[in-house]
Structures are given as C-alpha cells and as structure tokens.
Write a protein that binds this ligand. Structure first.
Ligand code: SF4
Length: 350
C-alpha cells in the first residue's frame, strides 16, 4: 500500500476530534478532501437504493422513527413484501444505475419464521448481479451466519448517537446490544454498515462521541451513513430545532478524516438539503448516497434529480443507466404496486 496513505487509527481521543471540529472550515475541508483523494476517486459516488420490505409496527421506541408502534405517525403499516415484488424493485433500481440494493424491515430482530423469506430475497437480488444490504434489527450469531451464507454483502445497524446521549433517544435496546450485533455481523464475514443521526438535540460532544465509537471499533465500518434527522409529525423529535448545515458538513468531513477507507454515506435528510449543500458534503468526503423515491418512509430526492446533480458536478460520468430518467420513478413505483397477497406473503407485524 502507498506509504502516503493515512494510517488507519482506532484510538481517537475526544479532545483531538474536538480540535478537528474546531478547525476553520476551509482547513477542515481541505484536509478531508486531501485524505479522500488518497483512497477514492473524488468524482465517484456509490449509489444504493433502499427499499422498505416491511414497514411500521416496530416494537422499539427510537424517538426519531415514524415506524415505531408507540407513536401516532399515521404511517400505514405493511406486511413483509412478497419476495418476487422485492426482486422487481431491485431490477428497477439496477436499471436506474444502483449497484447496491438495501432492504430494511421494521423489526426488533428477525424471527426464525421470517428468515426463509429474507434469505430468498438476498439470493434473488444477488442473482441480478447487485450487491445486497439488509437492515432487520438485532442479529444473533446464528442469523448473521444464515444471512452471510445466503450471500448478503452488507448489514446495516446504526449506533445512532453517542453512548452518553443514547438513553435520550432509545430505551428498548442498549448500546452494547448494538455493538454485539455489529460484532456478530463482522464475525460472520459480512461487511458492516453503521453510522448515526445528527440533529436530534445532541451536542457537538455527542457527534464526536458517535464518530469515536465508529472509528474506534476493531475495524472501521465499510459504510458510514450520516443521517440528518427528518422530523416526522407524531414522533417525540417532531419539534426538534434545526441543526446548522455547516455542523452537518463538519460531521461528514471529520468522519472522512477519521475513517479514510470507509464509504461515508449521505443518507436520510438529503431531501431537505440544497444542491449546493450536497455538493459541499461530497467535497467534505461523502461518497455514497441512496436514491429512489423513498428512503424507508421519508421522502428522498427522485433518482432523476440526483442524476441531474451528478451531471452538474461531473460525478459518475461513466455511470451506466439503462432507462431514461423520466421512466425511473415509474419503474420504482411499479415494483411496489406488484406487492400482492399470495402464499408467499405473510404478516411479519410483531
Ligand atoms: S428499530 Fe428501526 S424501525 Fe424500529 S423504531 Fe427503531 S429505527 Fe424504527
């Protein structure tokens, strides 16, 4: 490996991360971009599509989440999608230029009777030649291995915030439960996708604490989604104040510096960001996004808007899109419409 490459560190201290956050913006961005270029093509952004395969009625109490059964968010709860309908959606996402297909279910953890269905989804999407990712809640070692053996490439499980602020956001599972799931995922050979949410009323020390937890894991997560809170009516965080956009950009830049080899993903909240802010995030080192008509249950910029932005910025100019942009949203929506009652379709509502 090139000797110039930044050494990967797992011993970040609170104070030195605070010093990164306190750098003048131009110095911080320059440093993040310089490190970014040591590991990545600065004009390539990895594109994933996220599909909610089972929406709502979750028993957990995550204060930001409209899918929790504890909050009246008017969200339509849905049963687990039919395997074939999921594969149709994945085909549409591939045609739209996605190379990874992420499937999310609102569960505390998958039950044994859910597993044959989710494993069939993994196998079906893999057969399309796409990378696969799932987020299904907590995993034990056995379920982790089942998913790995089915060919699942990535498992997403976020740490959400710092250990100190965590109790303000979730009480139904502990921080160490989350760390255990990440360990099972890594031990079974899958890649780890783990990040958090900012703008939940936490302080900068909590954003530092979150990034320290992620960077000080035995191995950095392969993907680090940084979400900006989407305030949903009915959730405890619906009236939370806005985070300063520059603080969000700083969080991206510091994540890039601390985890130089990881894909840093601009995730939920992108709908509310201007093109200029998104482009600053890319300059700060974000090199992955979700696209599609929704990001689990919150709006996400439509695929063609993202392609317009990429064109303006010269990002992914070699990207292969096999459908003209105006047809992409129709395709994605058509995939959902094929979700019908059948023998393969059962209630996964817990
Ligand atoms: S576990 Fe996931 S789906 Fe359930 S409430 Fe928390 S964030 Fe929402």
């Amino acid at each position: 490996m090139n000797e110039m490459l930044e050494k990967l560190r797992h011993d970040w201290q609170q104070q030195e991360v605070a010093e990164l956050f306190a750098l003048p913006m131009n110095d911080l961005l320059f440093r993040a971009q310089t490190i970014h270029r040591q590991y990545f093509d600065p004009n390539q952004v990895q594109v994933s599509t996220l599909l909610s395969i089972k929406t709502g009625a979750c028993p957990e109490d995550c204060a930001y989440c409209p899918q929790s059964a504890r909050y009246d968010t008017k969200l339509e709860k849905e049963k687990l999608m039919e395997v074939e309908a999921v594969i149709e959606k994945a085909k549409a996402a591939k045609a739209a230029g996605s190379d990874r297909f992420c499937m999310g279910a609102a569960w505390r953890s998958p039950r044994a009777k859910d597993m044959p269905y989710v494993l069939a989804m993994v196998e079906g999407v893999k057969d399309l030649g796409m990378e696969t990712c799932m987020t299904l809640g907590m995993l034990d070692q056995e379920k982790s291995e089942q998913l790995a053996n089915a060919g699942l490439d990535y498992y997403n499980h976020n740490l959400d915030t710092s250990p100190e602020y965590y109790g303000e956001i979730i009480t139904t599972r502990t921080y160490s439960d989350r760390l255990d799931t990440l360990q099972h995922v890594r031990d079974s050979g899958m890649k780890v996708c783990s990040g958090g949410i900012v703008g939940m009323g936490e302080k900068e020390k909590d954003r530092i604490g979150l990034l320290r937890q992620l960077a000080n894991l035995p191995q950095h997560p392969d993907s680090v989604p940084i979400n900006q809170l989407v305030k949903v009516e009915g959730t405890p965080l619906e009236t939370e104040g806005d985070l300063d956009p520059f603080e969000f950009i700083r969080t991206i830049a510091v994540a890039r510096i601390m985890m130089p080899q990881s894909h840093v993903r601009l995730s939920a909240g992108r709908e509310e960001m201007s093109e200029e802010m998104q482009s600053m995030c890319f300059f700060a080192g974000a090199n992955s996004i979700f696209y599609g008509e929704c990001l689990l249950t919150t709006p996400n910029p439509a695929a063609n808007k993202d392609q317009d932005l990429f064109r303006k910025l010269g990002i992914n100019s070699d990207h292969k899109v096999t459908q003209p942009p105006q047809e992409l949203d129709d395709l994605l929506i058509a995939g959902a419409a094929k979700t019908v009652e059948s023998d393969m379709f059962y209630s996964a509502v817990t």
